[in-house]
Design a protein around this ligand. Structure first.
Ligand SMILES: Nc1ncnc2c1ncn2[C@@H]1O[C@H](COP(=O)(O)OP(=O)(O)OP(=O)(O)O)[C@@H](O)[C@H]1O
Ligand SMILES: [Mg+2]
Length: 454
């Protein structure tokens, strides 16, 4: 929990107020008190209050009114209401207005302390989440770009899981931003003051991966002159990013599983057991569940890694993010290459939005960097883009991409419309390509209405 959270007690009965104050203060809480709603609100305005404890029946402003006003004034404040015996309905009404809990009078010490403790825990959690979300949003412009609903979900999940130490598995095709997300999880976690250590498990021979992960003692193998710390030790207190985790050999999977289960290991050639506190973020461009089903990946290891899964959608499923990404990269690469900022012409942007981007954000990024460097005019034109993009419409048929669950009707209409675009409006040719009767095309076009010309 963070710094001391302040509790505000509001009750018109002095004896009640004092006894609550005493009980809470004795437990070490910081307590403020007020004899009526107006005084209470004044304190809420001045002080940073985490929890409001208010009597329901008070002269002047009622407890419910105070509750509503308080939640407007301080959206993060939690509220517990105190209710006299026999007025439980009012208390239920207060819960509907957003009170966290109610306590009936006469007060019981334990009941009060339990309710207060739970409410403060909830308050701390939600204010931490809010803080992280604000930070993530503020950093949006420098770091992770995306306002499409799928990316917003990803970012929401990132801010939710970052504070914990739970293992995170990031799945996504090549270039979708897995490493960027892994870094964000570390940067938003309490571990950010310690190291973010990376290791790719592909492209390295097994013995090398092992010595990289666990380190070695002098003389562990030929060439091991000195002692060396592995990535697990380097990441102690921080996070370890295991990239391409789907490429691990079965033997290595067993070794990794042991560290994850026990939090300890030995260096190669060493006997001393080393224990570490490391948060694992793993990434893969495979579908690990399928790898498990095909017996290529250990199920127990999968469950260890996959406490939380973040799935990064391919770029073609978040087309609305393309203009944002384009402008972001235009700025980044103008600065990097010390060139004046140039905007994307409308025609060029259209080509970018139409491309299927099999290489995802990385491919888009490279395309923009190249255009920034090559462009001779004061804006970027289609001729500054690779031929594959420009030729797209006439030479190569363009690929369409739909998220699972897209209504068939929508898929059908888009397919027809795009095929017509490809055939320059030739309905007979389009029908031929689609393997349907030209009359069907006419009928479907009537359904689409007039917007099929675009
Ligand atoms: N949402 C995004 N906003 C801004 N830049 C992004 C975004 N997603 C990816 N990038 C950039 O695209 C490039 C590729 O991202 P990253 O390396 O994280 O992808 P990856 O999924 O790890 O790819 P691979 O599987 O090929 O390793 C990086 O330069 C990254 O900064
Ligand atoms: Mg990567």
């Amino acid at each position: 929990m963070e710094a001391t959270q302040t509790i505000l007690v509001v009750d018109d009965e002095a004896s009640n107020r004092l006894s609550m104050e005493r009980i809470l203060q004795r437990e070490g809480y910081a307590v403020l008190s007020a004899a009526n709603g107006a005084e209470g609100l004044a304190l809420l305005r001045k002080e940073s209050v985490a929890l409001l404890l208010t009597d329901l029946k008070m002269p002047g402003m009622s407890g419910i009114e105070l509750l509503k006003a308080a939640r407007k004034l301080v959206p993060g404040v939690e509220v517990i209401v105190l209710t006299a015996y026999g007025t439980v309905e009012t208390a239920v009404g207060a819960m509907k207005e957003g009170a966290y809990d109610f306590i009936s009078k006469p007060l019981k010490r334990i009941e009060l302390l339990n309710a207060v403790k739970n409410a403060l825990e909830k308050q701390a959690l939600s204010s931490e989440n809010r803080r992280l979300r604000e930070r993530l949003e503020a950093e949006g412009d420098r770091g992770i770009i995306g306002t499409s609903s799928s990316m917003r979900k990803v970012l929401e999940l990132v801010s939710q899981v970052a504070p914990s130490s739970a293992s995170v598995l990031i799945e996504g095709a090549s270039g979708t931003g897995k490493e960027l997300i892994a870094q964000a999880i570390h940067d938003l976690s309490p571990r950010r003051t310690r190291r973010f250590v990376k290791l790719s498990l592909a492209a390295l021979p097994e013995t090398l991966v092992e010595s990289e992960l666990f380190g070695y003692e002098a003389g562990a193998f030929t060439g091991a002159a000195g002692r060396r710390e592995g990535r697990f030790e380097l990441a102690d207190g921080g996070s370890l990013f295991l990239d391409e985790v789907g490429e691990m050999s079965p033997a290595l999977q067993v070794k990794l599983l042991r560290v994850l289960q026990e939090g300890e290991f030995e260096r190669l050639g060493g006997t001393r057991t080393i224990s570490v506190d490391v948060r694992i973020v793993a990434a893969t461009n495979k579908n690990l569940e399928e790898e498990v089903a095909a017996k290529r990946f250990r199920e127990d290891l999968y469950y260890r890694l996959n406490v939380i899964k973040i799935q990064l959608p391919p770029l073609c499923e978040r087309g609305e993010d393309i203009p944002l990404l384009v402008n972001h990269f235009l700025r980044v690469y103008a600065r990097k290459n010390e060139r004046p900022f140039k905007a994307m012409s409308r025609e060029a942007m259209e080509l970018l939005m139409r491309h299927p981007w099999p290489g995802n954000v990385r491919e888009l990024e490279n395309t923009i960097e190249r255009a920034v460097v090559l462009s001779l005019h004061d804006e970027i034109r289609p001729e500054d883009l690779p031929a594959t993009l420009r030729g797209g419409m006439k030479t190569a048929a363009r690929e369409l991409c739909f998220p699972v669950g897209t209504p068939i009707r929508e898929v059908e209409l888009t397919l027809i419309r795009e095929t017509l675009r490809y055939t320059d409006g030739d309905k007979n040719l389009a029908a031929h390509l689609l393997g349907i009767n030209p009359r069907t095309i006419y009928r479907k076009l009537e359904e689409i209405g007039t917007d099929d010309q675009g």
